[in-house]
Design a protein around this ligand. Structure first.
Ligand code: ASP
Length: 312
């Protein structure tokens, strides 16, 4: 029996203690803990890593505080389009969806793609048709609405920028990536990763970020690691960030932590890529690395470690 662990993130970015009320901080901590516990308890029962990451992500998709599922950010057109991916490190099977609307749990749809389609990645209307065929739970637009995200969008909708491009003091406060993700190593040493997001505020032209792209925002391989990323997606795509960690481990013999540090603090840093990632290896070791002010994160393992944190 190997050590088992589950790690989660709820987004990275300019998350400063002075901008957070004690109540809001407590709400984030409580939601993260509920999600980590939900995933961990499945591992404890002997369930698979892939089932644990999907279940944990669904808890945060249902929580309005995070930019995934309910509470997703608004596009330039003022709608919510969501992306998600899931990958099983046991056989490298994967499922992903992009630009879907009205799907309550995008990670569930990504999992359906992995298990019940002949494909890996579905987008837009086709992904929506597949959701109906698979009887995935749908919700009306109002279900996904959050006043906070709407106000964020209103403040920049008349510009050509998407949220994090602003360097103005006022808008820096909104430089938060609220994507959610989970990675796990189960009792058999199988690894899995899942990531779900609304993307970035004011995104346009059908923009898709790194989260649903296998190897960029999400990757799992039993030989190396499981990774889920959060941050400025364009840079994570250009860096093929999640797969790069796996390659550094496989071809250079790096430890999980050393590989993640190199990708986040050197490679991404060089192209001004802001964000972070969580990872787990096949021995159940975990790492959480970010180059932003903070990252909502938490983990729990079979040695009794159990932590939730937000800031540096
Ligand atoms: N990486 C996501 C994207 O670019 C955003 C996030 O992490 O919140 O779509």
């Amino acid at each position: 029996m190997s050590k088992f662990s589950l790690v989660m993130h709820g987004g990275a970015g300019t998350i400063l203690k002075q901008d957070m009320s004690p109540e809001l901080e407590q709400a984030y901590m409580t939601a993260l803990k509920a999600a980590v516990d939900a995933g961990y308890e499945l591992l404890e029962k002997g369930d698979s890593a892939i089932y644990a990451v999907k279940s944990a992500v669904m808890v945060l998709e249902d929580c309005i505080l995070f930019n995934a599922g309910k509470g997703s950010v608004f596009t330039k057109e003022g709608v919510q389009e969501m992306d998600a991916a899931i990958m099983d490190g046991y056989d490298l099977s994967a499922g992903a969806i992009a630009a879907v609307r009205n799907v309550r749990n995008p990670i569930e749809l990504a999992s359906e793609v992995m298990l019940h389609s002949n494909h890996v990645f579905l987008s837009g209307k086709g992904a929506g048709d597949f959701a109906i065929r698979q009887r995935v739970r749908l919700e009306p637009d109002e279900y996904f609405f959050s006043q906070f995200r709407y106000d964020q969008w209103k403040s920049i909708r008349d510009s050509d920028n998407y949220a994090l491009d602003h360097s103005l003091e006022e808008l820096m406060k909104d430089k938060k990536f609220g994507t959610v993700g989970a990675v796990a190593c189960d009792v058999k040493g199988n690894l899995a990763a899942a990531t779900s997001t609304g993307g970035m505020t004011n995104k346009k032209y059908g923009r898709i970020g790194d989260s649903p792209l296998i190897g960029c925002g999400t990757y799992a391989n039993n030989r190396t690691c499981a990774i889920s990323c959060t941050g400025h997606g364009e840079m994570f795509i250009r860096s093929v960030a999640a797969y790069d960690v796996s390659c550094l481990m496989e071809y250079k013999g790096y430890s999980l932590e050393k590989a993640m540090e190199l990708v986040i603090n050197e490679k991404l840093h060089l192209i001004q890529g802001e964000g972070g990632m969580i990872g787990v290896d096949a021995k159940g070791e975990v790492a959480m690395v970010f180059n932003s002010e903070g990252m909502y994160r938490g983990f729990r393992n079979s040695e009794g470690l159990n932590e939730i944190s937000i800031y540096m």
